[in-house]
Design a binder for this molecule. Structure first.
Ligand SMILES: *Cc1c(COP(=O)(O)O)cnc(C)c1O
Length: 407
């Protein structure tokens, strides 16, 4: 049997030895002068976001592990009061169980390998499984032992206006979902209905509309339902995309939940909202050609969402030797691989004299940044460090970092 290098098998992030446990980004760059991407983790920001979400949400909060599975981030989320994890693969289940022997793990991928269901149930104590077809219900019933089994039916939603539409791939229609609830009821110690409005959804009313539909499906099914899972999709701020406050989303959820049968417990599966502020990546400019900057990370690294999906990220120039120009200019970034799709159009506003050797810190990359790195073209080496800086939020124009002094 031949072995190929799995796409996900990227080089481990390397932790440089630094004198202070949590230095500033500027201090790390000054000490390291990194020629490879530098991931700057802010676990304290993740704990703060997790604490705010668990305090505001009227039910159980399940962290969607795929968004960022770094153990440092998972521990920061747990420190913020999150005791439930939404996993989509056996590897995610194993990772979460290795870190948190007591955590409740929920297997929320509607199409699972039989071995993944069996091992999750037998070896890792997973008790809740999602499904959107009769076939998956049969698989789950055959591979688990009955008893304390939680079954959650995933409901498809009409296409909404989230940045990422998640309606095209999974989910049962309302009619199918009602039939699945009836079919699952006799086997379930807990029965639930779930949906996902789409990722980075800026419209709180999307949750109210989804809950109205969920209430209708439950009424049509005519069976008792213990859980309604309102999914993820809670947005964060990016340049040009300023979401309403978290409270507006909670209000919209309460309004919709009022239509559900008495006693239904709510779950949510936030990913992005908990971890986005938890990491930035410092890239280095390796070449400038007019308005194009060739940098050492790109869409096959931590900047996937800055490519075709067209997300914009807060950013700032870091120059160690001397001040940068006050005039700004708009640039396009190219990543290090040979693929012409490795381009991030931004626009990136930076000092007009940005040059080879400068660094750019790019913020809000804790969500779907590190998690999407690949080893394509050999560009998988990166440093990681924990920093004391606050999250980099949407910046209007640009800020130039004060030149950091090497110790
Ligand atoms: C990706 C995903 C999430 C997390 O979505 P965010 O937009 O990051 O909050 C939650 N639930 C399911 C089923 C998902 O696929």
């Amino acid at each position: 049997m031949s072995q190929i290098r799995p796409r996900g098998a990227v080089a481990p992030l390397r932790r440089p030895a630094l004198s202070s446990r949590r230095p500033s980004v500027d201090a790390v760059v000054a000490a390291l002068r990194p020629e490879e991407p530098l991931h700057c983790l802010r676990p304290q920001a993740v704990t703060t976001a997790a604490r705010a979400f668990t305090a505001a949400f009227p039910g159980d909060v399940l962290y969607a592990v795929k968004c960022n599975a770094e153990p440092t981030m998972l521990r920061a989320i747990a420190a913020g009061g999150v005791a439930h994890f939404d996993c989509a693969s056996e590897a995610e289940v194993r990772l979460v169980r290795s870190l948190f022997p007591e955590a409740a793990i929920h297997f929320m991928h509607p199409v699972k390998a039989r071995s993944a269901i069996r091992n999750a149930w037998q070896q890792h104590g997973v008790r809740d499984f999602v499904l959107d077809t009769d076939d998956e219900l049969t698989k789950i019933l055959q591979e688990t032992g009955g008893g304390d089994l939680g079954l959650v039916v995933r409901l498809a939603l009409p296409k909404g206006n989230a940045a990422y539409d998640l309606s095209g791939k999974f989910g049962a229609t309302p009619v199918e979902a009602a039939a699945l609830l009836r079919a699952a009821r006799p086997h379930a110690a807990r029965l639930g209905l779930s949906f996902h409005v789409g990722s980075q959804c800026l419209d709180p009313a999307a949750w109210t509309r989804a809950l109205v539909l969920a209430a209708e499906v439950i009424a049509v099914a005519g069976v008792a339902v213990e859980i309604v899972d309102v999914g993820g999709g809670f947005p964060v701020a990016y340049p040009g995309s300023e979401p309403p406050a978290l409270a507006a989303f909670m209000e919209a959820i309460r309004a919709g939940a009022a239509l559900l049968p008495e006693g239904v417990r709510l779950w949510a599966e936030p990913g992005r909202a908990l971890v986005a502020g938890g990491a930035s990546v410092v890239v280095q400019v390796q070449s400038r050609r007019g308005d194009a900057l060739y940098v050492n990370d790109g869409v096959y690294g931590a900047l996937s969402d800055a490519g075709a999906p067209g997300f914009r990220f807060p950013h700032r120039l870091l120059r160690l030797d001397g001040a940068a120009a006050e005039m700004t200019r708009v640039f396009t970034l190219f990543g290090p691989t040979c693929d012409s799709a490795d381009v991030m159009r931004g626009p990136w506003t930076l000092p007009a004299d940005v040059a080879e050797g400068d660094w750019i810190e790019i913020g809000q990359l804790g969500a779907y940044g590190t998690a999407l790195r690949t080893a394509f073209n050999g560009f998988d080496r990166a440093h990681v460090t924990e920093v004391s800086d606050s999250p980099m939020l949407a910046t209007p124009g640009y800020e130039v970092a004060a030149p950091a002094r090497a110790a």
